[in-house]
Design a protein around this ligand. Structure first.
Ligand SMILES: C[S@@+](CC[C@H](N)C(=O)[O-])C[C@H]1O[C@@H](n2cnc3c(N)ncnc32)[C@H](O)[C@@H]1O
Length: 247
């Protein structure tokens, strides 16, 4: 073998042995690590098993169950709008609480309208508006049409924007979603209605709480046990909507 060939072999072999780690490799490694973390967290999470057992589409169901068990703002016969509803566990809970599927013939029958950017597979008792961005005027117009004049008793939002990886930007985006829910709720709610929004604790939390308090008599920040302690996730619940004064 001539010298050139030997040199070529040495260079190519050593190159592959000390292969540079690219940004892609790093992010896929990071991804593998976070997927592993997610998997082990899921496996040791009692709410995941409970959700499977009770046929909820995801563990988030227990956040709404806990909040409503404590504050009792969802009643049989109520009209509820569920924003960011996919895959559908909050809708399942809401249908049950307001008797939207008429499961109990002795109770008033409520209505649940569920909207999400993603597809939502049908849920008995709920009107589904899938593949719709709640923040768009056209989507809210669709919701208004579906409501067909019914005043809302509760707007619940578990909406979360897709993570950008930039914490501050994600927090601003979720606050934007909360205000969009608040504006919609204020325009279409019945007196004494409730609004529930999810956000990630941030500098804007206090302002949002104050703004909700301008329209709802009782405002509470809630962190249910089912919400992971290491997550910045909190909920703001406004109850007893004051109504809009039309001058
Ligand atoms: C945490 S998940 C909701 C889980 C749901 N509450 C449940 O229990 O099954 C957040 C959802 O918000 C939706 N979302 C985010 N931004 C949205 C928007 N602008 N309009 C409608 N849905 C949105 C996402 O598509 C996602 O399905």
């Amino acid at each position: 073998m001539n010298l050139n060939k030997i040199l070529y072999r040495t260079i190519t072999t050593s190159k592959s042995a000390s292969k540079k780690v690219t940004t892609n490799d790093l992010s896929s490694k990071k991804l593998k690590h976070s997927s592993q973390q997610w998997l082990s967290r899921q496996m040791s999470d009692p709410y995941v098993d409970k959700a499977k057992m009770l046929h909820y589409r995801c563990r988030s169901a227990f956040k709404l169950i806990e909040i409503d068990d404590k504050y009792k703002f969802l009643k049989p016969g109520d009209t509820v709008v569920d924003c960011g509803a996919a895959p559908g566990s909050w809708t399942q809970v809401a249908v049950n609480k307001v008797n939207a599927d008429a499961a109990d013939s002795k109770l008033k029958v409520g209505k649940v309208f569920s909207i999400d950017k993603q597809q939502i597979f049908p849920i008995n008792g709920a009107a589904i508006l899938g593949n719709m961005d709640f923040t768009q005027t056209a989507s809210q117009e669709e919701l208004r049409k579906a409501l067909n004049g019914s005043k809302i008793n509760a707007v619940i939002s578990d909406m979360a924007p897709s993570a950008t990886g930039i914490g501050q930007m994600d927090k601003e985006n979720i606050i934007h979603l909360c205000y969009s829910v608040l504006r919609f709720a204020v325009l279409l709610s019945d007196i004494d209605a409730a609004v529930l929004v999810k956000l990630w604790q941030c500098g804007e939390t206090k302002k949002l709480e104050t703004d909700i308090g301008k329209f709802y008599r009782n405002v509470k920040i809630v962190k249910p046990n089912a919400s992971r302690a290491d997550s910045a996730e909190i909920f703001i619940l406004g109850r007893n909507f004051k109504g809009l004064k039309v001058s």
